[in-house]
Design a binder for this molecule. Structure first.
Ligand SMILES: C[S@@+](CC[C@H](N)C(=O)[O-])C[C@H]1O[C@@H](n2cnc3c(N)ncnc32)[C@H](O)[C@@H]1O
Length: 303
């Protein structure tokens, strides 16, 4: 605590930067993070010295390389990386995580890579005692929340950390709606002992990466996360993925949470099936972008 009684935010992006410096230029072109975000990931791992790290969302392998470099002198530390796709979506002729294989062969002895499915399919094999999670997947609700709910039972509940990328990057669609809300929902709703962020890489915008510390309370107060599955989804979840998640939720959570989980899927299918009529779309558009005109028309038509 600092003297005022307000807890001082620790800036992990400043911690042991010299560890990342030598590989920075090799990694940067393939990493989908900004500068402070990369140093934040490096710094928090150097500070926490985790032993069993799970990375979900690999792409070219920029994040994997940063993590492997950060743990190379930590005895017994291992990285388990999972990507939904066999091939990197940015370099479709190369496997997900190719950067590690191409440029960081010497770090591969601590690396286990799983490709070609949602993380829920690999968790029983990866096993428990995960004490650090790097989560960076779809960004469209409900994906990050689903990913996290599946992974949480496999995490140590005393002082494990989750790093979540893209908590403030939102995309505006032509219809005036905003998407990429998934990471912000999870970061806001999760019950955690503390939440930390680096100095933002974006001039006037908030930091786009954050980390939170997990405890037994995270599991105990996970109802919020289940409730958030009822917020309209921005992306579809294939039924086969939902089924593999369901097995984990049924096994590790309370029956009433499992029930909510099972209800969310048909509810979202029902919502997606309700096609907005032209008139209701026009009403939403006017109300959002031309509220004066909307209310004038409404009163005139009613009057
Ligand atoms: C934003 S990229 C990850 C970037 C990477 N973390 C980095 O720092 O360079 C998102 C990746 O998540 C993967 N992905 C999406 N859904 C996933 C899921 N359910 N389980 C595992 N990986 C997933 C995608 O295939 C994609 O490669």
């Amino acid at each position: 605590m600092c003297e005022s009684g307000v807890r001082k935010m620790i800036h992990y992006e400043e911690f042991e930067r010299e560890r990342l410096d030598p590989i920075y230029d090799t990694v940067a072109p393939y990493s989908e993070m900004k500068k402070n975000e990369r140093y934040f990931l490096n710094g928090i791992i150097r500070a926490m010295k985790p032993k069993k790290i799970l990375e979900v969302g690999v792409s070219s392998g920029g994040g994997s390389a940063i993590i492997l470099n950060a743990i190379r002198d930590i005895d017994g530390a291992e990285l388990y990386s999972v990507d939904y796709t066999e091939k990197s979506y940015r370099y479709p002729d190369k496997p997900s995580g190719f950067l590690v294989e191409e440029k960081f062969q010497a770090l591969m002895d601590k690396w286990h890579i799983f490709r070609g499915g949602d993380v829920s399919r690999f968790l029983e094999e990866i096993g428990g005692d995960i004490d650090f999670l790097m989560l960076d997947t779809v960004h469209a609700h409900p994906w990050e929340t689903l990913n996290f709910l599946c992974i949480l039972p496999f995490m140590k509940k005393d002082s494990s950390w989750t790093v979540l990328h893209d908590i403030s990057i939102f995309a505006y669609l032509q219809n005036g709606r905003i998407n990429s809300l998934a990471c912000r929902y999870l970061f806001t709703d999760v019950a955690a002992e503390e939440k930390v962020k680096p100095v933002s890489d974006y001039d006037n915008n908030p930091a786009n990466i954050g980390a939170f510390r997990i405890s037994e309370a995270t599991m105990k107060y996970s109802d919020n996360l289940f409730e958030s599955l009822l917020i309209p989804w921005e992306a579809e979840v294939p039924e086969s993925d939902y089924d593999s998640m369901k097995k984990i939720i049924e096994k590790y959570y309370k029956p009433e949470q499992y029930k909510l989980f099972c209800e969310a899927f048909p509810f979202q299918q029902y919502l997606m099936g309700r096609k907005a009529s032209f008139v209701s779309s026009l009403k939403v558009f006017l109300k959002t972008w031309q509220p004066k005109l909307f209310y004038w028309l409404k009163h005139s038509l009613q009057g």
